[in-house]
Design a protein around this ligand. Structure first.
Ligand code: SF4
Ligand code: SF4
Length: 434
């Protein structure tokens, strides 16, 4: 196993174990199977285990496995504050204590603000006293390193990054997400500040393996290397010195073995020009199904009306490369749920952006088309309801609160598309893994 260093010089295995995808037996985690897989990874040198409050049963399973095998102090636990559920300072202690209890430990090595998509979410946490709280927890030794996991756009990422003395951060990043979410610019910005970067979704939720077009698979097969598509994706990440740990949600011994082997063979800067050419061809093959030839260069930005032009096109393309719900969920998450939404429908057709687009994309026309496809009626309702919940001021109490919860629940139930995606995603929020 290769290791890279955290902010304080501690060695972290390049491969981290994402504990969100443990195999289920009925409704519960198959703890014996998970134990075999975790111990195989441990024996191979993996020392970073990532879970979260909202991954069903995951913290408790990890805590039990580490305790059963007496290895708690030999590994690092990363878990996350469900910041979207925090309403006041008492909530911080409540969730944290519950997490310690589930994990059967007295400290968390790497603690993250879970799933920030906008600087506003961080501001809300500051308003309930998160900075003092972190200071206390770090002073007491209950939290060793503090970070955040992120799913918004690259501009907001850098703002959050610069707003606090973070020990680490976690972003979605893979060879198809170079210019979306935090993107390569975010990863490099973190590294320049000396902030270690943990990678989630190295395989885009498994899609860079399971949903590759035949043409892309063939390109991999014909390469000089005997690498699987998953190995290519991991190697692309390990090749970058800015990447500290790559999480993988492993749920078979074969997967553990293959991923550990890759992480023990690969070092930064070892991919060749020929390898990159092959990956470019693979990306081209994946993108053949795309609707808009946007490269994400951002020359068209900023839009005076706040439209996230490349973000919208990335989501629109995802609808055709990975499925409608994937694109729509991505749009809701990265464009629709930020404090100031960046919907394509905000475009006033001034045409400023089109003058700068090297791809000569008819941006105004394509934005209209994209928003229509990405935000059908149920999604609009769902996004509005989610926005109301996330950005509501103050709180409601008693009957009013119950009544509103029922109303919102009904609206969300009707808006089945986005609810389905959100619930599905929440059970693997951040995904923080493959
Ligand atoms: S045409 Fe629309 S998207 Fe382009 S800059 Fe003007 S308002 Fe923004
Ligand atoms: S300038 Fe064109 S290619 Fe570049 S991000 Fe904007 S729309 Fe995409």
């Amino acid at each position: 196993m290769e290791y890279r260093k955290d902010k304080h010089g501690n060695k972290l295995s390049m491969l981290g174990y994402g504990c969100m995808r443990f195999t289920k037996k009925g409704n519960a985690i198959d703890i014996d199977k998970a134990e075999q897989e975790i111990m195989a990874a441990y024996e191979a040198g993996v020392n970073y285990y990532d879970t979260a409050y909202i991954y069903p049963g995951s913290e408790a399973a990890l805590g039990e496995i580490l305790e059963r095998n007496g290895i708690r102090d030999k590994v690092n636990i990363a878990t996350k504050l469900p910041q979207y559920l925090i309403r006041n300072s008492k909530g911080l202690d409540k969730f944290f204590e519950e997490e310690l209890s589930r994990l059967r430990t007295d400290h968390v090595d790497y603690y993250l603000m879970h799933h920030l998509t906008d600087v506003e979410m961080w501001e809300k946490l500051k308003a309930v006293g998160i900075e003092d709280w972190i200071r206390e927890k770090k002073a007491s030794g209950q939290i060793r390193n503090i970070g955040f996991s992120y799913h918004g756009n690259s501009d907001n990422f850098v703002t959050i990054l610069n707003d606090y003395d973070w020990d680490f951060c976690q972003v979605q990043y893979n060879y198809l997400d170079e210019v979306t979410q935090a993107g390569v610019s975010g990863v490099k910005a973190a590294a320049e500040k000396g902030i270690p970067v943990v990678i989630m979704e190295p395989l885009r939720g498994g899609k860079l393996v399971n949903m590759l077009p035949e043409k892309a698979k063939k390109i991999f097969e014909e390469s000089d290397h005997d690498w699987t598509p998953a190995q290519w994706a991991f190697r692309w990440l390990y090749n970058q010195p800015e990447v500290t740990v790559v999480l993988s949600g492993m749920n078979s011994l074969e997967m553990v073995e293959e991923n550990c082997r890759t992480a023990s063979e690969m070092q930064a800067g070892t991919l060749t020009d020929k390898d990159f050419e092959l990956l470019d061809k693979v990306k081209e093959a994946i993108r053949e199904n795309e609707k808009v030839g946007c490269t994400g260069c951002r020359y068209c930005m900023p839009c005076p009306k706040g439209v996230d032009i490349p973000g919208t096109f990335a989501c629109y393309n995802t609808m055709y490369t990975e499925g409608k719900n994937s694109g729509r969920f991505q749009y809701a998450q990265t464009v629709g749920l930020t404090k100031e939404p960046a919907f394509a429908s905000q475009c006033i057709e001034c045409g400023k952006c089109e003058q700068h687009c090297p791809q000569s994309i008819p941006i105004r026309e394509k934005l209209k088309e994209a928003d229509k496809a990405l935000r059908p009626f149920p999604y609009k309702v769902g996004i509005n309801a989610a926005r109301w919940y996330m950005y509501r001021k103050g709180g409601l109490s008693g009957k009013k609160k119950s009544a509103l919860i029922i109303i919102i629940t009904v609206i969300l139930a009707i808006a089945s598309g986005i609810v389905f995606s959100l619930v599905k995603r929440n059970s693997r929020l951040d995904t923080d893994c493959q």
